[in-house]
Each structure stands twice: as structure tokens, then as C-alpha cells.
Design a binder for this molecule. Structure first.
Ligand code: AMP
Length: 282
């Protein structure tokens, strides 16, 4: 496995692979890799000849009061996880390599980016769309792999690739969880022992909500209220949002009469965690 921190090195290697007629799968990450990221790399490795992983904590997608500075970083460990999962090349650029001092071009999206996480993180998706576009231009993969853990991001990137004719297939991958149900996340490392226990309220309330829909409940407000009340019972938890929206166009609904995403964001202490489930058939 190779690593590279500059754009030209990546382009040279990818150009060589392309000449050989090889297909390229790409997994963008912010590092501090876990089984969730590795599941994306493994899936990519099963569908492409060569796999590129990027490890870059993208300042542009963090708000001023968010955790850019404290976000966990460990590149050596990330390389081991990449290699173990079948990556061929890891792109680990510096901030300066990605953003020149007079950088002034952005990729923005209306609609899909405005609800759910976009409401409390207003600049987040502009940062995500901009960095993913840059990474797509640098790596020029055939396919790119994103986790359903960040369901709104998956919907946004899929739409962006279609709208802007990027010619890259966007592949969504299932959420990988800890044995007790907590969705794996690099941010779980912020939780102390008590908070780690409290964090189970996310997956628990969602599992219960899913059971209600599967048992025939069709009212969006009943489901949303149920989740809100369950989360209010956990004293370390503070709800950001709990929403049931259409999938994958993320429109508000009153009745569950087609594919829906049920998504939540919850502060456990100071840590903001997200989780969700998708019901594709009702
Ligand atoms: P991040 O490093 O958090 O930006 O995540 C990089 C990619 O890994 C994104 O496409 C995430 O959706 C995906 N990912 C993160 N956590 C998980 C998980 N628990 N299961 C599946 N995919 C995940």
C-alpha cells in the first residue's frame, strides 16, 4: 500500500492504473478509522481493481463552535486499518495542499442540504460538497463509497454527482454498529463511561420507532414524538432533531406512504451523535 500527501502523486498513480485498464474505487474519510470505514473499503475492494482512501479532516465543513481542533487524528493507525481492509493508496493531504490561501470556489446545493443536520450546521454541506468534488477531481474514481450512517450526506452526494454529471457511481453502504447497537463513529471516543451508556438511547429509540412502523404506525408525528419523548427520558441526552422524511429526497411528510428516512441528532454531554434507519418499503 502506498501513501501520498500531494495531488500530483495521486494523479500520476491513478493515470498509471487507468492505462492498465484498471477500475478505481474511492472511500473519502476524515480518518480515525473504525470498522464502519473498513466496511466501505472492503466493499470497494470487492467491486474495483484498485482502492484509494482519503484521510483528511476538512476544516471547511466544521462550524466555528464545532470540534475541528479536537477531532481525533492518528495517521499511522489509519494506514494499518486501510491496509488490513484492502486499500492500495491513501491520500493524506495537508490543509495547504487542499486549500490555497486565496481559495474562493465552492460547490453548494439548495433543498436537500437545508433540513436535518443542515438546520443546525448551516455551512456543513457546502464544505462537504466542495471537498468531495475536489477529491473526485483528484482521484477520478469509477465508484465512490459512502456510509448510510451519514444518510443526508449520502443523499446529497448522490444528487450532486447526478446534477453535475460527475460520471461517478455513488454506492451507499449499511451502518456498522457496536455489539450493543451504538453506531460506530470516530466521535464515540469523546464519550466517558457514563456518556457511552447514555448514548445507547439513540439506537434504542430508533429500534423502537422502527418496530412501530413495521407494526403499522403511519403517522410521522406519532413516530417523531415517540422518539423525542424517549430521548427526553435520558438525562445526559439533549435532542437536536428527530425527523421522518421521504427517502432519498428528504421532504417533510405527514404520512408514511413510501420509502422514509428516520434520522436523529442528539447531544450526549458535549458530543453530537447521529443515527438513522431507512424503510424502503411500507
Ligand atoms: P467520516 O470519517 O466520519 O467522515 O466518515 C467517512 C465515511 O465513512 C462516510 O461515508 C461515513 O458515512 C462512513 N461511516 C462512518 N461511520 C460509519 C458506520 N458506523 N457505518 C458505516 N459507514 C460509516
Amino acid at each position: 500500500m502506498k501513501t501520498a500527501d500531494n495531488v500530483e502523486q495521486i494523479r500520476d498513480i491513478v493515470r498509471f492504473w487507468r492505462k492498465e485498464g484498471l477500475t478505481i474505487g474511492f472511500v473519502p474519510t476524515m480518518g480515525y478509522l473504525h470498522e464502519g470505514h473498513q466496511s466501505l473499503i472492503r466493499r470497494a475492494a470487492s467491486e474495483n481493481d484498485r482502492i484509494v482512501v482519503s484521510v483528511f479532516v476538512n476544516k471547511m465543513q466544521f462550524g466555528p463552535a464545532e470540534d475541528f481542533a479536537s477531532y481525533p487524528r492518528d495517521f499511522q493507525r489509519d494506514c494499518e486499518k486501510c491496509q488490513e481492509a484492502g486499500a492500495d493508496l491513501v491520500f493524506h493531504p495537508t490543509d495547504e495542499e487542499m486549500y490555497q490561501p486565496d481559495f474562493s470556489s465552492f460547490v453548494d446545493m439548495t433543498g436537500l442540504t437545508e433540513g436535518l443536520c443542515g438546520r443546525s450546521r448551516p455551512i456543513h454541506f457546502r464544505g462537504v460538497c466542495t471537498v468531495v468534488t475536489k477529491l473526485f477531481h483528484i482521484v477520478s474514481p469509477d465508484r465512490a463509497y459512502f456510509g448510510q450512517k451519514d444518510a443526508q450526506q449520502l443523499a446529497v452526494i448522490t444528487r450532486m454527482a447526478r446534477d453535475l454529471n460527475m460520471g461517478i457511481e455513488i454506492v451507499g453502504c449499511p451502518i456498522v454498529r457496536e455489539a450493543d447497537g451504538l453506531a460506530k463513529s470516530s466521535r464515540n471516543t469523546y464519550l466517558n463511561e457514563e456518556e457511552r451508556k447514555a448514548a445507547l438511547i439513540l439506537s434504542r429509540s430508533l429500534t423502537e420507532a422502527r418496530q412501530k412502523i413495521e407494526a403499522g404506525e403511519r403517522s410521522v408525528s406519532v413516530i417523531e414524538t415517540y422518539i423525542k419523548e424517549r430521548i427526553a427520558e435520558e438525562k445526559l441526552a439533549r435532542l437536536d432533531y428527530a425527523s421522518v422524511v421521504s427517502w432519498p429526497d428528504l421532504k417533510e411528510k405527514e404520512v408514511i406512504d413510501g420509502p422514509v428516512l428516520t434520522a436523529i441528532a442528539v447531544y450526549i454531554g458535549k458530543t453530537r451523535l447521529i443515527d438513522n434507519f431507512i424503510i424502503s418499503e411500507v
